[in-house]
Design a protein around this ligand. Structure first.
Ligand SMILES: Cc1ncc(COP(=O)(O)O)c(C=O)c1O
Length: 449
């Protein structure tokens, strides 16, 4: 019996960045907006599965997936085939003016997949921010109210409407006031760093009480509040998983006060967490939700999914030239087939294996790793200067991320002091083992160095 083909592992054939990468980076610096936050000099040429090759022929294991986008891995052959087939038929016609079967096909699938059993209606866009803004517009239109409650350390995008909800880092807002939407921010239910000074054992959902007793009683009268905008697992803010009781209390409060719940599932949705939606982990049924990133394996597509009765706006109220592009929808339908065909299950399985491994690293670097958390393949590891003081160490965290790159693993940061793991959902135990080895070596180099 022949032995199985050995797995392709990251391999360097030049220094990194190599000569071609340096040339591209110089061109980028000359001609491209330098507002992007590149953590290290990686210049991609091609990808397959969870592997990426740079322009100099060096290969890397990708535990970022284009920030939680390439759920089916890079250039999954079946997704590429679906894209090619659609490209041969037609590339664009504009959903704002004409009908095509792709729109109801994906919209009805999203209704089937959506949490709860509401009838739904879907508006298609191109990006996460656009889907978030679609939720906000629909909520304002349907309720006739224009105030919102959002959360600190939230990320919902950088276009002006979405930016009104975004508070994850001050660089995102610096220089861009005033905000266009009336959003009051409150602390996210983060038990590790509870702003009310509580521990899990002493928690009485003070974060939700604060909304009830202070926010709704002072700055945001319930009858003026259209919706609460929430990431069911906070993404850019640090991959923070809220406790079930806070989510329950929030849903109860919203129901009691007749305030809509919008879940932003742009990063946490499409199977990444081991269930189709992060909301599913909590039994939370949003009135509206946004989805993008992982929906089409890398093709630009997003969706605002609303309760049917909340998307009854007049003709011309909302539309987008490219939103719901047929090639992107063909990719999305194939992506969902692959997700339901085993990738969501794999995300749950590999996520557990990854968290077990990271918890071993937590025990090894017990002076610095304060938390390993997540669901499925949305996993964060928070590191601090001292466990007692819990001081964030973003500089060291960024160096660990860069050390990992130098060893062939692509990861990025999230929150003030966390490392984010958001690999394609196609990874296996071998990939996780390699990633853990690299993270271990990178942490040793930075924390013990
Ligand atoms: C939860 C969440 N919402 C919205 C966005 C914005 O998405 P986009 O960059 O596609 O506009 C992001 C992007 O990271 C996100 O994580």
């Amino acid at each position: 019996m022949s032995s199985p083909t050995p797995k392709q592992r990251p391999k360097f054939v030049t220094e990194v960045p190599g000569p071609e990468a340096r040339r591209v980076i110089a061109d980028d610096e000359r001609w491209v907006s330098q507002s992007y936050t590149r953590p290290y000099p990686f210049v991609v040429k091609r990808g397959s599965g969870a592997m990426l090759e740079d322009v100099d022929g060096n290969t890397f294991l990708d535990f970022n997936a284009g920030v939680a986008v390439c759920s089916t891995g890079h250039s999954h052959p079946e997704v590429v085939e679906a894209i090619k087939k659609q490209a041969d038929e037609f590339l664009h016609i504009c959903a704002a003016d004409y009908y095509y079967p792709h729109l109801p096909a994906l919209a009805s699938k999203l209704e089937e997949l959506a949490p709860g059993d509401h009838e739904r209606r879907v508006h298609f866009g191109n990006s996460g921010a656009e889907a978030v803004e679609g939720c906000a517009k629909a909520a304002i239109y349907a309720t006739g109210r224009n105030k919102f409650i959002g959360f600190y350390s939230a990320f919902h995008g950088r276009t002006f409407g979405a930016l009104s909800f975004t508070t994850s880092k001050n660089v995102q807002r610096r220089g861009f006031g005033p905000q266009v939407l009336d959003v009051t921010h409150v602390p996210y239910p983060n038990c590790l760093r509870c702003p009310f000074g509580k521990k899990v054992e002493t928690c009485n959902v003070e974060c939700v009480k604060f909304i009830r007793d202070t926010v709704l009683e002072t700055s945001v009268p319930a009858e003026d509040c259209a919706a609460i905008m929430m990431e069911p697992i906070q993404g850019e803010g640090g991959y923070i998983v809220p406790p079930q009781k806070a989510v329950d209390a929030l849903a109860e409060l919203a129901h009691e006060k007749n305030i809509l719940i919008i879940c932003d599932e742009v990063q946490s949705g499409m199977g990444r967490t081991g269930k189709m939606w992060a909301s599913d982990h909590f039994g939370l049924v949003p009135d509206l939700f946004s989805t993008a990133k992982g929906i089409a394996s890398g093709m630009p597509l997003s969706a605002t999914v609303a309760r049917k009765d909340l998307m009854n706006w007049h003709v011309g109220a909302h539309a987008s030239t490219f939103g719901g592009n047929p090639v992107a929808i063909a990719a999305a339908l194939k992506t969902i087939e692959l997700l339901e065909g085993g990738l969501i299950e794999n995300a749950a399985k590999q996520g557990e294996y990854l968290m077990e491994g990271l918890r071993r690293l937590q025990a090894k670097y017990s002076d610095h790793v304060i938390d390993v958390r997540g669901r499925g393949l949305m996993v964060g590891m928070e590191i601090v200067k001292t466990i007692d003081g819990m001081e964030p160490i973003p500089h060291e965290r960024d160096r660990i991320v860069e050390e990992a790159f130098r060893r062939g693993l692509l990861i990025i940061s999230c929150g003030s002091s966390s490392i984010r793991f958001s690999p394609p959902l196609v990874i296996d135990h071998d990939d996780v083992d390699f990633a853990l080895e690299v993270v271990d070596a990178s942490m040793a180099a930075v924390l013990n160095g």
